[in-house]
Structures are given as C-alpha cells and as structure tokens.
Design a protein around this ligand. Structure first.
Ligand SMILES: *Cc1c(COP(=O)(O)O)cnc(C)c1O
Length: 384
C-alpha cells in the first residue's frame, strides 16, 4: 500500500544517530540543546524545548500558560485529537470553533461570534489552539487581534507546518502567539521517530516548560527556595513529567533539519502538480491564501459528490483497493464518542461536518516519484 505520508532517511541521518549511540550520552547530553538552538534559529524564536512528542509539547504549553480546572480551551474540530486533549489533561473544558470553508483552518469570523457569546455568558477561553491544517497557517493576525480584545492566549499547533511561512516569516517565530508546537512523527515534515518541540519568545514560559518536561526538578540555585544543601542538591518546585527527547532523536532531527527547506519546496512542487492534474475533475483542490507558504504536510481534496456517481466512502474504498493508502484528516473531534460524552454538540460546526463528508488525503511525501504520482492521478481520474 502506498502510504499517505512517510519519512525519508538518508545515510547522513544514520551516521548522525550512530555517532550518538557510541558517545557518552544517550539522553541529557549536548545534542538536544544543539537541536533546540538550530530549530529556534531557523524559525526565528528565542527558545525551543525539545520533548518526546508534540502531544507532550501541547500539554506543557497549556500548563505553562496556567490552564487549569474551570478554564476553557478552544480549538478547531478538524485536527488530530491531541490539539484538544491537552486541555482535558489540565482539567480544563474544551470547545470547538468551526472552520473556514476555503482553508479548513479555524475560522476567525466564527471565533469572533463565539467570543462575543462567551463574553456575555462569562465563559471566555483562556487558550485558543490554532492548528495549521495541512501546513497552511491560520489567519494569525486576525486571531491575534481577537486575543488582545478578549484576553486569551494562543498556542499554534504547527505539527504540520515546520518550514512553512506566514506573511514571509517562518512559522514558529511567535509574532502572533505565545507558544508554537512542532511534531516530528515520521509522517510529518521532518522526523525524530517520536518527538516534538515547543517554541516561545517568553523566558518565563520557556523556564516553566523546561521544568515541566523534566519532573519539575531544577539545579538552578536562582530558582530554589533556599540555598543548596550541597553540590548534589536539586529541588522539585513543580509537578512535572518525563517528557524528555533522547540524544538519538535529536541527532536524527538535526540531520533532517538540514533538508527542511528542500522537503517543503518539493512538497509544494508535488502539490502544484496535483493541482494542475486534478483541475478538471469533480473535486476541490486545496486553496492557498496569498499570505501563506504551506509546509504541505497533507494534500486534501474535497469531492463534489453531486457530480460523482459514487459515494465518498466508495471513492475512498476504490482508491484503497488499488493500493493507494488514502486517509481522512480528520474526523471532527467534537463527534468522537469521548467528546460527545462530555457534552459537545454537533450543530455548532456545520462547516467541519461538511468537510468530513467530502475530504480525502492523497499520498504526498518527498520521496514520492513523478511516476508514482502520475499513477495515483490516473487511478483517481479513472474512479471519478
Ligand atoms: C501529529 C499531530 C499531533 C501530535 O503529534 P505527536 O508528535 O504524534 O504527539 C498534534 N496535532 C496535530 C495537528 C498533529 O497532526
């Protein structure tokens, strides 16, 4: 089965990991800080904290921003469940803002209306998680302006979007948000096997996330409640976790980072080739805002079902029967049984549900050959 996404591992990656494997440190050594500095410098952020997954990064980001019981976290329903679950981990309540009909990202107009209602009800969110779906950045300027008016904090879930740009600047620089999160899962743009990162320009947030990813324990005398008992001394000053990234993962990430711009450029070339080849078919290709240079993690088409003699599910199944590992990103999170049982109502996100009824992710990854892409296009044409 041709996957919808997959990693690219080259000899330089293998050499980098082997070198660490034979070194003194498998974890808590010099390579993680080097990887953090390299990503921070690349995207223009002051601080980067590497962790063992983007899910962990989202969790410590929420905690660092003070999310807790009684608070609300809002996000888009068209995302992986982790963008919402991080709120529940903190004991907060989660709600969803409908998507924009063209970008499929959280819709700033829907957000504005919901904020107005929430203000009247005294239930404004503490955090909004803006998910850059497929790698295309959200309308961050609009979301940021609303955050100033209503006093919420912003986390960018840029799990799909490292290497992409918003208004000419790399995503992750934090101009319009408090914290940005990247994922390095193998289907994402660069990989560390499992892994993630939280970036910020705020030293207090960086310090808190640093503590939270490693048991809430510090060796920094400046953070301690009293003078050290001796050279062995450390203090636990928070309830933290073990969310650390290993040296092996960081070495792989550093090596992959060298090819980031090439990966994103190649993904954009493949996406444009799909756009051109699929233009005449009864489907909608991914619309791109002029402010955005997408990381192109996913290539999502939407079927024009009224013009097709098959159901969404039949088209999907026929592609799978031909070994094309299409996927559907994502099932609206508010329709998941776990969220239904928490009381999420479907009527609030009609655009997200329309999207779900029509969307299919086609394979897109940098090692995909032109021949393979042509074959996928031919099969899709044939089915439609
Ligand atoms: C992949 C993904 C995550 C979770 O990433 P992990 O590194 O697997 O924890 C979170 N949000 C979105 C939008 C993702 O696609």
């Amino acid at each position: 089965m041709i996957p919808y996404g997959r990693q690219d591992i080259q000899q330089a990656d293998i050499d980098a990991v082997l070198e660490v494997l034979q070194s003194d440190f498998l974890t808590q050594g010099p390579v993680v800080p080097r990887f953090e500095r390299a990503v921070a410098d690349k995207v223009g952020a002051r601080y980067a904290l590497a962790v063992n997954s983007a899910t962990s990064a989202l969790h410590i980001a929420c905690l660092a921003l003070g999310l807790g019981k009684g608070d609300w976290l809002w996000t888009s329903p068209i995302t992986f469940v982790a963008s919402a679950n991080c709120g529940l981990y903190c004991g907060a309540k989660v709600d969803f803002v409908d998507i924009d009909s063209r970008t499929y990202n959280l819709c700033p107009e829907a957000l504005a209306i919901k904020l107005e209602q929430a203000e009247r009800a005294g239930q404004l969110p503490k955090i909004v998680v803006a998910v850059h779906l497929c790698g295309q950045p959200c309308d961050m300027q609009a979301i940021h302006a609303l955050s100033k008016r209503y006093g919420f904090r912003i986390i960018e879930d840029a799990s799909h979007a490292i290497g992409g740009k918003y208004k000419g600047e790399y995503i992750g620089g934090g101009r319009y948000s408090d914290i940005t999160v990247f994922s390095f899962h193998p289907v994402k743009i660069i990989t560390t096997a499992e892994g993630g990162m939280a970036l910020t320009n705020d030293d207090l947030l960086a310090n808190r996330m640093d503590l939270l990813r490693s048991h809430g324990v510090t060796r920094d005398p400046a953070l301690m409640t009293h003078e050290a008992d001796g050279p062995w001394y450390y203090q636990q000053i928070e309830l933290g976790y073990n969310y650390r990234m290993t040296e092996l993962q960081a070495a792989l990430g550093l090596s992959q980072l060298e090819r980031l711009d090439d990966y994103v450029a190649h993904r954009n070339t493949l996406a444009e080739r799909y756009d051109a080849a699929l233009a005449e078919l009864p489907l909608t290709t991914p619309w791109q805002h002029s402010d955005s240079y997408s990381g192109r993690h996913l290539y999502v088409i939407r079927l024009k079902l009224e013009q097709i003699d098959a159901t969404h599910r039949q088209v999907f199944e026929r592609l799978r029967e031909q070994d094309i590992g299409v996927n559907l990103h994502y099932i609206p999170v508010h329709t998941q049984p776990y969220y239904q049982q928490l009381g999420c109502r479907s009527a609030d996100c009609p655009e997200a549900e329309r999207y779900y009824a029509e969307a299919i992710s086609l394979p897109l990854y940098p090692t995909m050959s032109n021949e393979l892409q042509a074959a996928i296009i031919a099969i899709l044409k044939d089915i439609l």
